[in-house]
Write a protein that binds this ligand. Sequence first.
Ligand code: FE2
Length: 397
Amino acid sequence: MKETHPATPSTPSVGLGMRKFVAPEVVFGAGSRRLAGRYARNFGAERALLVTDPGVTAAGWAREVEQVLEEAEVPYSRFSAVSPNPRADEMMAGAEHYSANGCDVIIAVGGGSVIDCAKGIGIVSSNRRNVLELQGVDKVTQPMPPLVCVPTTGGTSADVSQFVIVTDVELRTKVAIISKSVVPDVSLVDPETLTTMDAFLTACTGIDAIVHAVEAYVSNAHSPLTDLHALEAIRLIYPNLAACLRDPGDVALRAPVMLGSLEAGLAFSNASLGAVHAMAHSLGGYLDLPHGECNTMLLRHVAAFNFDSASDRYEQIGLAMGLDMRGMGQTHKQAAILNAIESLRADMGITATLKSRGVSRGDVSALAEQALRDACLVTNPRWPNRRDLEVIYEEAL
Ligand SMILES: [Fe+2]
């Protein structure tokens, strides 16, 4: 009998351009949060600064991490004056708290706001400058103290990223600090922490993670390593996110979302983002709206704007979402992908428009002006001018 061999898969083409890939040490799995004390002790902590916020404290996660610090005999001091969109002055106050209490290691327990604030505290403590002076790319010259993160939302991925997002209250906007120096040392990614998130937070953070994956995949700075993580993130999150709303306490449903969020974070930290985030930063800083909700309201419109500049990549995103696009022409594929994005937003109960959240036509010009200055725009696959951004905001009104 003739032997048969499986078909040899074709080798994907690999670009020759140089790309770096930076990631912290990661422990993924149920119960990994309880390793925080051991890691703090391994860093030789004399006194840890525990950064958290009132919501995470109420959910019980901060106290649990305090207990493991006590078991590891690591003294700690708690700082929890952190807003949902962390402000520069909160980071400066946290840095003062860090120095006044003689801390030498930082433990962040919370979502992206808490982790961004902890990073801000870290770089202010080592660079002795106002955090807003460190905005931009590679402006952080001194490494921050050891930072251990316990993320409690499945979305922002600040626990693995090279980004810090700071709200500049005076200018009513958000600015980005992008540096290898703000990648945490350790991330303890524990899906059990997601079980206390309410429906709105689950939706906002989960869709934020999908936006990270989409923007990283179509980014001008993508690489084979980031592509791998971006597509896998979509495969993990897209089919499982809505189920988390039906049964919030089921860790088995939360686990793929948490793993997908981690993979999306590894992708965007190294490939950067695009116009959705540039425009969402402008919007979130202007009106103090939740980051994930801003992204959700903009994603479909930016994808429509970008589509022709990265149609093959959007098609791969559609396939990762599980769409059957066999036999479809380009126009139908585009419609199917945009509809899939829209239906996720509806399934997750995010129905707001920019107008219903307080944005008027008169705000559009200022929002576009600020978005044009955002570092995330640089890697968008299609370069928008100011009028393009205004039109996208108007479409989302
Ligand atoms: Fe984001």
